[in-house]
Design a protein around this ligand. Structure first.
Ligand code: PMM
Length: 284
């Protein structure tokens, strides 16, 4: 279970995880993300979808301009900036919830924060761009550090661990130490085991079953499992048929202490978590 005292320091103030994980809505402004590539890569449509996700219960909106699916082609800084900055500028005016920029590039992070993002979500935890920790330290943004084995180009080539739970935790604590040494207060950091980033289905399940190990670090834990390929291993479902599986895992990780779930289907997951909470809450 989650430690009661865990808080997340964001530019707008302290965020306290509640008994139900907050939902982070995914807004990929990319032509090639694995499940929604090409759907929101037009500024008007992307902004409308962000507004809609807020009305469906999203507590955060995560905007990404580069696909990190296995084998994805990297994009230039300019290309990524051109995709995300207009969306962040408009959404910052149209929604109240904190916006997050999903990027591995420090320049994109810096300009996104200038444009109104409150959180930097770096799936490489600063390993892709060594300036990322300094850029985060020079602002007051929240920071999400995720575990990935290798790079998006190589991560699914036979990933191996002796003990995936301990190795992911140790790696995240090491990366957190790099960010805190650069000047990012630990209270600004959220940790994420990186479901599907250099992991077999068995590795993903092991991490989800043993979330308590990550929760015991004292930092809030984010899980990004939405529609991912391990659901195909479990259920045999293609990407557009993974909503029920996504909901099942969201409830399991809520029970296991996750503070935030990052999902595409905000309404459905919000409802499922609320129903789960109504049944399991012991009441006043
Ligand atoms: N997964 C993806 C992209 N960004 N960020 C975090 N923190 N955690 C994740 O699991 C994660 C992420 C890839 O999935 P997408 O293409 O659906 O965005």
């Amino acid at each position: 279970m989650r430690e009661e005292s865990v808080v997340w320091q964001l530019p707008g103030g302290v965020w306290n995880p509640g008994p139900v994980p907050a939902v982070m809505g995914i807004l990929n402004v990319t032509p090639d993300s694995f499940s929604d590539g090409g759907t929101w890569n037009d500024v008007d449509r992307a902004v409308r979808h962000g507004v809609e996700m807020q009305s469906q219960g999203a507590g955060f909106i995560d905007i990404g301009g580069e696909s990190t699916r296995p084998g994805a082609t990297p994009v230039s800084v300019e290309e990524e900036l051109g995709r995300v900055i207009p969306v962040i500028e408009r959404l910052a005016k149209e929604v109240d919830v904190p916006l997050s920029i999903d990027t591995m590039k420090s320049r994109v992070a810096a300009e996104a924060v200038q444009a109104g993002a409150a959180i930097v979500n770096d799936v490489s935890a600063g390993l892709f761009d060594p300036d990322m920790a300094t850029v985060c330290a020079n602002s007051n943004c929240g920071v999400i550090l995720m575990h990935m084995l290798g790079t998006p180009q190589t991560m699914q080539e036979n990933p191996q661990y002796d003990d995936v739970v301990q190795e992911v935790r140790d790696h995240l604590l090491e990366r957190m130490a790099v960010f805190t040494a650069a000047g990012v207060a630990p209270e600004r950091i959220v940790l994420d085991p990186g479901i599907g980033f250099g992991k077999t289905s068995a590795h993903n399940l092991d991490l989800l079953r043993h979330l308590d190990t990550l929760c015991a670090t004292g930092r809030p834990v984010l899980i990004g499992h939405s529609r991912k390929r391990f659901l195909k291993s479990i259920l045999g479902r293609e990407v557009e048929e993974r909503l029920a599986g996504t909901i099942g895992v969201a409830i399991a990780v809520a029970q296991n202490g996750a503070a935030i779930v990052r999902v595409h289907d905000v309404q459905a997951v919000t409802d499922a978590l609320a129903a789960w909470h109504a049944v399991t809450d012991s009441g006043p």
